[in-house]
Ligand binder design. Structure first.
Ligand SMILES: C[S@@+](CC[C@H](N)C(=O)[O-])C[C@H]1O[C@@H](n2cnc3c(N)ncnc32)[C@H](O)[C@@H]1O
Length: 264
């Protein structure tokens, strides 16, 4: 289950890649704009501000997220839906999916399908975290592999679910798109608050730790987060009252049907 309030704890840091992604979409007057995996919807609402004449749609598989998004009262059609079931209907000139596809195994097939089904001249823009080898995720896997938790947790921990920018670029070029792909490592400065959890632990609770929390009982979860907190404190020491949290992200913006025939 997604908890919108926990996810929004670091809303400013989490929204920056979204803005960097959509800044690279030069669409003028798209007919329909779709945000796949829109979460709590506040970023989808910025799409409606940017393209006020467009129909804007936000889809997410979490009813909690869609409830939160609908409460914004933004000019956006929000609905519960799984991105794996979504098919372009013919007038989607912009499709955005931000920090979602790392949760969808085999999303490369979806990207290929969407790129070939979207109208020529559409924009397909995605961002995924590329941090599965970061100290935070290594610590998570190490603690999960301790005897107390191995049986419950190791089956839940996925192999690195995302590709490098060049691989997405090749995939979408092969699907007939002109592609702009890049990566950015942000250094988030997360303040430490007195008597509060380590800030990277608080960050991870909003995303990567959700499946762990769901799999453990209250006391197992309490022990797990205490042990992970110790490792995170060693990996991300407190300096100047904050931790310096590098976070790599992978971006791709594809323009459909814009590739020279001889390259296909
Ligand atoms: C990290 S949040 C990102 C939310 C939003 N796009 C943003 O940038 O703030 C990931 C979102 O993906 C949604 N999600 C995960 N798998 C999904 C799927 N198969 N179909 C639709 N939404 C999905 C989750 O419910 C969650 O709201």
């Amino acid at each position: 289950m997604w908890d919108p309030a926990t996810y929004l704890r670091y809303g400013d840091e989490r929204s920056r890649p979204f803005h960097d992604l959509v800044a690279r979409i030069p669409a003028g007057r798209p007919r329909t704009v779709v945000d796949l995996g829109c979460g709590p919807g506040q970023l989808t609402a910025t799409l409606a501000e940017r393209w006020p004449a467009s129909r804007v749609v936000g889809l997410d598989s979490s009813p909690e997220m869609i409830d939160r998004a609908a409460a914004l009262d933004a000019p956006v059609d929000f609905a519960v839906a799984d991105v794996r079931d979504w098919h372009p209907t013919g007038d989607e000139d912009v499709v955005v999916t931000n920090a979602v596809l790392q949760w969808v195994p085999g999303h490369q097939d979806l990207l290929r399908r969407w790129a070939t089904a979207l109208p020529a001249g559409s924009w397909l823009a995605m961002q995924v975290p590329g941090n599965f080898d970061a100290p935070s995720h290594r610590a998570l896997r190490e603690v999960a592999d301790r005897p107390a938790w191995r049986a419950d947790l190791v089956p839940l921990l996925r192999a690195d679910p995302v590709d490098d920018p060049a691989d997405y670029a090749a995939l979408l070029t092969g699907a007939g798109c002109a592609v702009d792909a890049w990566e950015t490592t942000y250094v988030h400065l997360l303040p430490a608050r007195p008597a509060a959890d380590h800030p990277v632990l608080a960050w991870m609770e909003g995303t990567a730790l959700r499946p762990v929390r769901a799999a453990l009982d209250a006391s197992g979860w309490s022990d797990f987060r205490a042990e992970l907190g110790v490792r995170l404190a060693a990996a991300y020491p407190l300096r100047h009252g904050q931790v310096y949290f590098p976070f790599r992200r992978v971006f791709v913006v594809a323009h459909t049907g814009d590739r020279a025939e001889e390259n296909l």
